[in-house]
Design a binder for this molecule. Structure first.
Ligand code: ARG
Length: 458
């Protein structure tokens, strides 16, 4: 029998080596060493309050745990055979350092409530870190937008030239996606901050440990109200994975735009050398690898979410070992998302905007809607105006000229409402400046967006 197993008592044979490997999560969950120790110290104090530990034992345990933590921090903690997970490893080491009192720490607690507590503590901190990284990207977008507000470009729908817009308006559309992600993150943080510790393996805590004050010590807002729910609940992980997928999707859409815009066919932007790579074969190549990786990882984040939800689906109540996969999903997602957020921030910050290329890509048929609005302002109903503007486009196509080159006479043949003032329509800036209602692309409206986001960031 292996004595170093927490659960070795009822076993007469040792674990198969392959199972041992599969069962072990220490290589992943050691990242939560600090949270595991934080939870254990708080739990020791809670045990002292109900006289399950003496004052002296509690301080021995807490000092011992501090020593264990230092070993992790200095990277000198030696994991041993049988250290199945971080909880087992920390307890084993504590026992080695302080001896007997260590074996009293786990009373009433199970790794089932311990692991969820550790994960919530870990995620709480790291979600805030991710939130800050998202905000840094938003800030870069907002800063660019305020400096580059006068640059005009074609706006697209269906990837077809639609209407002229400000480059800043376009860029800020991505900032607003990310702002929503930050709002969602605040909601998730509230859901996470409910303490499961004190739920035991599934039935609760038999020593009437004061969960409310334990929660307070650990910075939780409240405690879970059903122990069976608490040990089997991984909704917060699924929510995090979904949230990360959503951010990944937002980044991938920004990346896709910029990949297109940086191609020779568009050339609206130039991706900085520091965020591009070359080809081993074609010397002329400058590839937007940064953006392609963002786009690719955006997809794999959703894969992670999807695969974890499949783990949860149809799982029997409370804890099952399948749930151990939660850590891999959580850590991998965190790492990948953080890395693409950082690369996105750098790429957007350093890219060069080619103002002339953007402007030269505008073409007069993009003002066909404005022709319709011109007629509306002359008193024609929109449907009719739209139809007549369509005729203008068709006539220009037939004559193989730009719509602005049709003569007034030709226009009057389509509608007598056309007058010399149609000349004002053939101006991109005038077109853009019509959109002054909240959320539009007129300068005043874009500046307002910048102010709103700047205030929010502050
Ligand atoms: N390493 C385990 C996990 O991550 C901890 C919980 C183990 N609980 C148990 N009943 N075997 O899920």
């Amino acid at each position: 029998m292996e004595n170093n197993k927490l659960w070795g008592g009822r076993f007469t044979e040792s674990t198969d080596a392959n199972l041992e490997k599969l069962n072990s999560s220490i290589n992943f969950d050691k990242r939560m060493f600090a949270e595991d120790i934080e939870g254990s110290k708080a739990y020791a104090s809670a045990l002292e309050k109900i006289n399950l530990l003496s004052e002296q034992e509690t301080s021995l345990i807490c000092d011992g745990l501090d020593k264990v933590k230092i070993e992790w921090e200095k990277n000198v903690f030696e994991t041993k055979h049988g250290d199945e997970d971080i909880h087992t490893a920390n307890e084993r080491r504590l026992q080695e350092i302080i001896g007997e009192p260590a074996s009293k720490l786990h009373v009433g607690r199970s790794r089932n409530d311990q692991v969820v507590t550790d994960m919530k503590l870990w995620l709480r901190t790291h979600l805030k870190e991710l939130g800050n990284t998202v905000r840094s990207l938003i800030k870069v977008i907002v800063d660019r937008s305020s400096h580059e507000v006068d640059i005009m470009m074609p706006g697209y729908t269906h990837l077809q030239r639609a209407q002229p817009v400000r480059w800043s308006h376009y860029l800020l559309s991505h900032a607003w996606n990310l702002k929503k992600d930050c709002d969602r993150l605040d909601d998730i943080l509230k859901l996470i901050n409910v303490m499961p510790l004190g739920s035991g393996a599934l039935a609760g805590n038999p020593f009437n440990v004061d969960r409310i004050s334990l929660a307070k010590d650990l910075g939780f807002d409240s405690v879970t109200k059903n122990s069976m729910h608490a040990v089997g609940d991984r909704d917060f992980i699924a929510e995090f994975l979904f949230w990360a997928s959503m951010v990944g999707i937002h980044l991938s859409r920004l990346a896709e735009d910029l990949i297109l815009y940086s191609s020779k066919e568009f050339e609206f932007v130039t991706i900085d050398d520091s965020y591009s790579t070359g080809s081993s074969l074609m010397p002329q190549k400058r590839n937007p690898d940064s953006l392609e990786l963002i786009r690719g990882i955006g997809g794999s984040l959703f894969g992670q979410c999807c695969s974890f939800m499949m783990v949860l689906k149809s799982l029997p109540s409370t804890y099952n070992k399948d749930l151990q996969y939660d850590k891999e999903a959580m850590f991998t997602t965190f790492d990948k998302l953080k890395s693409i957020l950082e690369v996105a921030t750098g790429t957007v910050k350093t890219l060069k905007i080619n103002q002339d290329k953007c402007k030269n890509a505008l073409s007069f048929e993009m003002l066909a809607t404005d022709v319709a609005y011109y007629l509306v302002r002359k008193g024609i109903a929109f449907r009719e105006a739209h139809f007549l503007a369509g005729k203008v486009v068709a006539e220009a196509e037939r004559k193989e000229v730009s719509i602005c080159d049709l003569t007034l006479e030709e226009l009057k043949n389509i509608s007598p409402s056309f007058g010399v003032d149609i000349g004002r329509v053939w101006n991109y800036e005038n077109s853009i400046e019509q959109y002054q209602a909240v959320g539009g692309t007129a300068k005043s409206s874009v500046v307002k967006q910048i102010e709103l986001l700047e205030n929010w960031l502050a």
